[in-house]
Design a protein around this ligand. Sequence first.
Ligand code: AMP
Length: 189
Amino acid sequence: MLNIVIFGAPGSGKGTQSARIVEKYGLNHISTGDVLRAEIKNGTELGKTAKGYIDQGQLLPDELIIDILASVLDSFKESKGVIFDGFPRTIAQAEALKAMLKERKQEVSVMLDLEVPEDELMTRLIKRGQESGRADDNEETIKKRLTVYHSQTSPLIDWYKADGKYQHINGLGTMDGIFGDIVASIEKL
Ligand code: AMP
């Protein structure tokens, strides 16, 4: 069972690299951001709640996102493992994930931290906003998301180091080069 947490600031390439990991290793993929955007598109109550937070560049409350995660996890049958993309984003979420996997007699295999300098993140996100029209990829919201990342999410780096799961990946370079480094880290497990 290969359970991978793909970690990094907004714009670090988590989604892009997740797709390639899924293709190579046949894992299930959970992107909490994608789940929430689908809820918004479908006009559900959860979607309406989520939109308020997303448009402000803020995180949804832990209890809400942990419930969503648990129900998606339960929907996977006969899984070879899961790639967690955009979750956990707080220490409470990391603790909940650890407990959830333990109940299933599993654990996180590795946390891959895609590190990208701040100016490059800004450039990538502004470009993505222009190309995809993602509502939260505008300069003001991007700045808020990066602040939230530094205050609420980046403490997870030390948390996963202490848990013995941390693996640094240089997120600057070609898509193939970065993927090569990810594969090398996975193969070492
Ligand atoms: P993402 O697509 O992963 O960048 O997520 C987009 C937005 O969805 C974030 O800025 C948050 O508002 C919300 N979101 C996604 N994942 C989480 C999470 N694990 N905890 C709280 N909020 C989240």
